[in-house]
Design a protein around this ligand. Structure first.
Ligand code: G3I
Length: 388
């Protein structure tokens, strides 16, 4: 059975993102509570430069590696950060705040504080939300990973979690990363480190999608992973699995590639082809966590040539997504180096985002903005808000 494509166009209209009373006449991700800037300043912002039916997103910094740094929680404490987050982006993804260890810290206790704050912020600013994530091998709480549960109990725990979390935000989350990183780079299911697959078998993946769909029939349900930009053993594994699931009528709606790239390696030139083959299965596609890290010189400052190369990677990734009809959500994994996860994980590497630690725009920012503007003009050259 061919899956129904949940048209992002429909899901990204302001009418769905906002309370009815708040939705202005001109629908689209550009029409939120946040007033559209007038004049040319409008197209200086990514969300306004983008085509009407295209979401440009970022991770919302908090939890995870931030807890080990000497700054307070970025999302709640950094006013400049929040302002740019609202001004520039039409979609947001909680970086850590919806992961199991944050939202379900004890077996009988959920903590929705941070997740609620992000969803409320997004609504106030006319932004879509990508939910991240429901079934993963990482960032699970100790009570779960170290607990002594029967198969029946584990299924009940996962069912309760998905029903509770997805149900809480029903109608307010555009896309959910239901299953995150379930294959290794060789295309083998993570049967050892993913507690769900290990204990309950691979069929639990289909159940996770079914339960999420029951809890929010409007949300687009995704498989999400890294190192699946190109056509390779890992993305092939997704391609095969998704076809099987669709044939069984499992509500899978999307495939997304994270896009944690490095200038150490060439740009994955087959990104567009890869997205397109999933598109041809009738799925939505998305880029969900793009960043482009680099080896920093001794000074710690990237050279101009490095920044240009980085901008080129950002641009190529965006162009690949724009070229595929159903790829209408493009998210970067943070917009400022101040809060990037990269230097914490990769010694000697950094400068992976589109703004410096002081929020100064890099060539990558301009490349994204100009590429979005071009696409907006191309899709609707005579539109009232054509940037040219
Ligand atoms: O597990 C330890 C824990 O034992 C220790 O007590 C605690 C001390 O603060 O640290 C814990 O690990 C941290 C982990 O988050 C759990 O909160 C890591 O040090 C920290 O680096 C980690 O960071 C997050 C990472 O996911 C975890 O995988 C990052 O903030 C977050 O940006 C990153 O995001 C992931 C996406 O979710 C999925 N795709 C890849 C992407 C980048 O890794």
């Amino acid at each position: 059975m061919k899956p129904v494509r949940l048209a992002a166009v429909a899901l990204t209209t302001a009418a769905l993102l906002l309370p009815l009373s708040a939705a202005p006449a001109a629908a689209g991700p550009h029409s939120g509570h946040q007033a559209a800037p007038h004049s040319n300043a409008r197209f200086d912002r990514l969300r306004w430069a983008a085509p009407d039916d295209f979401l440009i997103g970022t991770a919302v910094a908090g939890g995870g590696h931030h807890l080990e740094q000497d700054y307070p929680d970025p999302f709640t404490s950094d006013r400049k950060y929040r302002r740019i987050l609202a001004q520039q982006f039409s979609s947001v993804s909680p970086e850590n705040q919806m992961k199991w260890e944050y939202i379900h810290p004890e077996q009988d206790r959920y903590d929705f504080g941070m997740a609620d704050a992000i969803v409320d912020f997004a609504e106030r600013n006319g932004q879509a939300v990508r939910g991240h994530t429901l079934l993963w091998h990482s960032q699970n709480p100790a009570w779960l990973e170290e607990g002594d549960f029967s198969e029946e109990e584990l299924r009940a725990i996962l069912h309760d979690h998905i029903t509770t979390v997805v149900g809480r935000y029903a109608g307010r989350i555009q896309q959910w990363d239901v299953a995150n990183e379930i294959f290794d780079d060789q295309g083998n299911l993570r049967t050892e480190d993913n507690i769900w697959i290990r204990e309950l078998g691979p069929d639990v993946i289909a159940d996770a999608f079914r339960w999420a769909h029951e809890a929010d029939p409007e949300a687009e349900l995704f498989f999400n992973d890294y190192n699946v930009e190109g056509i390779n053993a890992k993305s092939d594994a997704y391609y095969d699995l998704i076809q099987d699931l669709l044939a069984q009528g499992v509500p899978v709606h999307g495939f997304s590639t994270q896009g944690h790239l490095s200038t150490r390696y060439g740009f994955p030139g087959d990104l567009e082809d890869n997205l397109r083959r999933f598109d041809e299965l009738g799925l939505a596609t998305a880029v969900t966590e793009l960043d482009v890290r680099m080896d920093l010189p001794e000074s710690g400052e990237p050279t101009e040539a490095q920044l240009e190369q980085q901008a080129d990677y950002y641009q190529q990734a965006l162009e690949a997504c724009l070229a595929v009809e159903g790829c209408d959500s493009f998210t970067i994994w943070g917009f400022t180096d101040k809060y990037s996860w990269v230097p914490v994980f990769f010694e000697g590497e950094g400068s992976a985002t589109v703004m410096t630690e002081d929020f100064v725009r890099k060539p990558a920012f301009h490349a994204l903005r100009d590429t979005l503007k071009d696409a907006r003009h191309e899709r609707n050259p005579w539109g009232p808000w054509s940037p040219w």
